[in-house]
Design a protein around this ligand. Structure first.
Ligand SMILES: Nc1ncnc2c1ncn2[C@@H]1O[C@H](COP(=O)(O)OP(=O)(O)OP(=O)(O)O)[C@@H](O)[C@H]1O
Ligand SMILES: [Mg+2]
Length: 260
């Protein structure tokens, strides 16, 4: 059965989508079977995987509206993993399902149909706590939180952990933070180092050893519809995301009681 992970942070622009796309690609390089689910109507994870969001025959919207089985809506990307894509249609779903029974569990039920076919399912969330994000958090085993090491990152942290606690209590008893990732990291910056230390104290072992450096190649790759590993595999960004994937695989083996 797949390990299902949401990439979430209510704060915008912290590297959620960059992490979702590049982690999916790096896990695929490690021979894992990966599905990337785009739960953001911006469709950035879809585009960053080389799939034209406006040409999708079916998207995650159709799955949430119950119009097609999830297998039908999944596309094979050229980049080693599969994608359940999104586009602006997703913005209308919230209203359409608002009154429906079990509205928080639509994604969870859909993923049950296909989770045996994957090792990892990575769910990219939007920077808001909509019913769409609630669907994502109700469907996953854990949350990976990307964080930029800046002062305001810590301010948003309480909100985020509170949200996760609330969803854990009300909808998904299994939900936990599986890891916190430092993104756009600049070791020369004193504030980055200070915030990083605070994160170490706050999260302990949950903080990934791997840090993602600020790397212009990571910002350029999406315009080419490519994860960094296919865009410039020797870049610092590519190496960092491969290290993250390896660290994650190792951690989940340890959790399952296997030797790494
Ligand atoms: N490590 C990095 N180095 C340089 N640029 C980065 C890095 N990570 C992300 N970026 C750039 O920062 C911007 C925000 O990143 P991204 O879209 O991944 O954030 P997000 O959290 O998904 O944003 P949103 O909240 O809007 O969904 C993008 O332009 C992206 O290319
Ligand atoms: Mg995003």
């Amino acid at each position: 059965m797949a390990q299902i992970i949401a990439i979430a942070n209510q704060k915008g622009g912290v590297g959620k989508t960059t992490t979702a796309v590049n982690l999916a690609a790096s896990l695929a390089v490690l021979k894992k079977r990966v599905l990337l689910v785009d739960m953001d109507s911006q469709g950035n994870a879809t585009m960053g995987s080389g799939i034209q969001k406006n040409d999708l025959l079916y998207s995650v919207t159709d799955v949430l509206l119950g119009e097609v089985p999830i297998e039908t809506a999944i596309t094979k990307a050229e980049v080693g993993y599969k994608v359940l894509g999104a586009n602006r249609d997703l913005a209308g779903v919230e209203l359409a399902i608002a009154e429906q029974d079990g509205r928080e569990f639509i994604l969870r039920e859909a993923l049950k149909e296909i989770d045996h076919s994957f090792d990892y399912i990575i769910v990219d969330c939007a920077p808001s706590l909509s019913l769409i994000t609630v669907n994502a958090l109700a469907a996953v085993h854990g949350v990976l939180i990307p964080m930029q090491c800046e002062y305001y990152a810590l301010e948003g942290l309480a909100d985020l952990t509170q949200t996760i606690d609330r969803i854990q209590q009300a909808l998904n008893p299994d939900l936990k933070i599986i890891g916190v990732l430092r993104t756009m990291y600049d070791a020369r910056n004193a504030l980055t180092r200070d915030v990083s230390e605070e994160l170490e104290q706050y999260f302990g072992k949950k903080l990934y050893d791997t840090v993602i450096p600020r790397n212009v190649r990571l910002a350029e790759a999406p315009a080419h519809g490519l994860p960094i590993i296919f865009f410039e595999k020797s870049s610092k960004g590519a190496v960092a995301y491969l290290n993250l994937a390896a660290e994650m695989v190792k951690k989940s083996k340890v959790q399952k009681g296997m030797t790494a």
